[in-house]
Design a protein around this ligand. Structure first.
Ligand code: NAP
Length: 473
């Protein structure tokens, strides 16, 4: 029986575990550094946290959720869905909590991965799956004086619910996908709210609303329709596409309709091609910005001072609380784990110019290591769960073949990985991301986060295992 260790307990980890367990691979164990499961859906508890992918689409195909209470479910509901799936599909009991993986070393003689934990313990497994995600490491900006602030400060993904906001002066630095969800809530509580926006966003209306109980069948129909919509939406991320132009026009219309003041509107108008940064969905962000006690600042943040935030023009914006909605270290992939492959090679060294992996999963020289939601699998439209499931099915085929063929070592051929990577990078050059700056891009210039285009071509590509792509031993 092949032993499989999975790092993490978010959507990627649970989806992969279910795929393997249901195919009869029973020695599946998951290691989770926290005390409960859920990945980003456990960590992001900020007010208003939810998914901007419509809920009918946002569930596993093997556990379609027909009971979402609204079209865009909030974090508690998504988190409890994940709990339910883990319980119902026999994953929950296999998770060891409070177990942070810090190292993994390929041991050639035994053809296993030696996995080391923060508490000094270790375990060996035949196959190691990393499902640590792309957005699990919150990033505080490198702003001078960040430790000098006299008030309370926290990152959006580590929301400190003990910090009172009622009647206080709040500074929100970073206005991205997370911030546009919590800013309206901050505004309801704070006496004064100052938003520090470095780049404006394209924001589309959100067709949100409650989904009544009797609508359960409708959810299935909507699932298919939203998937089709997502595929079309992804086309809007091709360079100069017609869908992109439509998205930009709808975003401009939405802004015009919700913000009457032309000066404010101008400051909320992005100056980069649509889709370059994630397109956002919100009905209440713009109206919040027009509230009297909410101030939009687009002057660059120069430094943090004990009293608040100083901008480039020298103004000190006084604050009692600073919320950093400044995103994640998305380029680091497995950097929190010291991964050592064949011949002592470090994965971090292999990826100094940015991560790349065959199908976003397999790295040559790192046998029996699979990466869920690895390089170039993030999406600008559609549901990431679809990608995770497609990857999991491929991994399962590899494990099946190992078991049936009696193979103990599987390593992707370097030329196969290089060819795949070249194709993906070439295709990315024709995407909107090829021509602008965003966190999708590694400092080397390579786009490592995103998959270019619709999700179906990816699924088609990973559907069938081609044994010739790998060296089996
Ligand atoms: P984000 O979208 O990357 O936004 C970070 C914000 O911080 C941006 O406005 C960025 O400005 C700003 N920023 C970063 N460093 C800064 C600095 N030094 N000074 C001033 N501003 C700075 O991060 P996020 O909102 O946490 O979202 C990250 C990702 O999580 C999303 O793209 C999405 O994939 C996922 N997410 C998804 C959902 C969902 O509903 N599905 C919700 C939340 C998050 P620039 O734009 O100028 O870089």
């Amino acid at each position: 029986m092949t032993s499989i260790g999975i790092i993490g307990s978010g959507f990627g980890a649970i989806g992969t575990a279910v795929e393997l367990i249901e195919a009869g691979h029973d020695d599946v164990r998951l290691w989770e550094r926290s005390e409960s499961l859920g990945g980003v859906w456990r960590d992001n508890t900020y007010p208003g946290a939810g998914c901007d992918v419509p809920s009918p689409l946002y569930s596993f195909s093997f556990a379609v959720n027909r009971s979402w209470s609204r079209r865009y479910a909030k974090q508690p509901e998504i988190h409890s869905y994940l709990h339910r799936v883990a319980e119902e599909h026999d994953v929950a009991r296999r998770i060891r909590f409070g177990t942070e993986v810090v190292a993994a070393r390929w041991d050639e003689p035994s053809q296993t991965w030696e996995v080391g934990f923060a508490d000094g313990g270790s375990e060996s497994v035949d196959v190691l799956v990393s499902a640590v995600g792309q957005l699990s490491r919150p990033r505080l900006p490198a702003i001078e004086g960040i430790d000098d602030f006299a008030g309370e400060a926290f990152h959006s993904a580590r929301w400190d619910h003990d910090v009172p906001l009622e009647g206080r002066r709040v500074a929100a630095i970073g206005i991205g996908a997370s911030a546009i969800q919590y800013v309206p809530h901050l505004a309801d509580e704070a006496a004064e709210l100052t938003l520090f926006q470095r780049s404006a966003n394209y924001i589309l209306p959100k067709p949100d609303g409650p989904l009544p109980r009797w609508y359960q069948r409708g959810i299935e129909v909507e699932r298919a329709l939203w998937w089709l919509f997502g595929e079309q939406f992804s086309r809007g991320l091709d360079d100069g596409s017609r869908v992109g132009r439509i998205n930009a026009a709808v975003a401009r219309w939405h802004l015009r309709r919700q913000v009457r003041d032309p000066k404010l509107r101008e400051r909320l108008t992005p100056d980069y091609p649509v889709g370059c940064k994630r397109i956002l969905f919100s009905n209440d962000f713009y109206p919040t910005v027009t509230r009297e006690h909410v101030h939009l600042t687009d002057d660059a943040v120069r430094r943090i001072v004990p009293e608040g935030v100083q901008t480039a023009d020298g103004t000190v914006h006084e604050a009692d609380v600073i919320v950093y909605g400044t995103g994640f270290d998305a380029q680091d992939f497995l950097s929190s784990i010291d991964v050592t492959g064949v011949g002592g090679e470090k994965l971090a060294a292999r990826w100094t110019d940015g991560a790349h992996a065959h199908l976003g999963i397999y790295v040559p020289g790192f046998p029996n290591l699979f990466v869920s939601y690895g390089p170039n699998t993030n999406l600008g439209g559609g549901s990431i769960i679809y990608m995770l499931e497609a990857q999991a099915a491929h991994m399962r085929q590899v494990v099946d073949r190992m078991q049936v063929g009696g193979w103990s070592r599987v390593d992707v051929r370097p030329e196969v990985e290089a060819r795949y990577d070249a194709q993906v990078q070439e295709r990315l050059e024709h995407s909107v991301w090829g021509h602008c700056e965003s966190w999708y891009r590694h400092p080397s210039g390579r786009i490592t986060s995103n998959w270019p285009g619709a999700t179906r071509p990816f699924a088609r590509r990973v559907e069938q295992l081609d044994p010739e792509d790998f060296a089996w031993a």
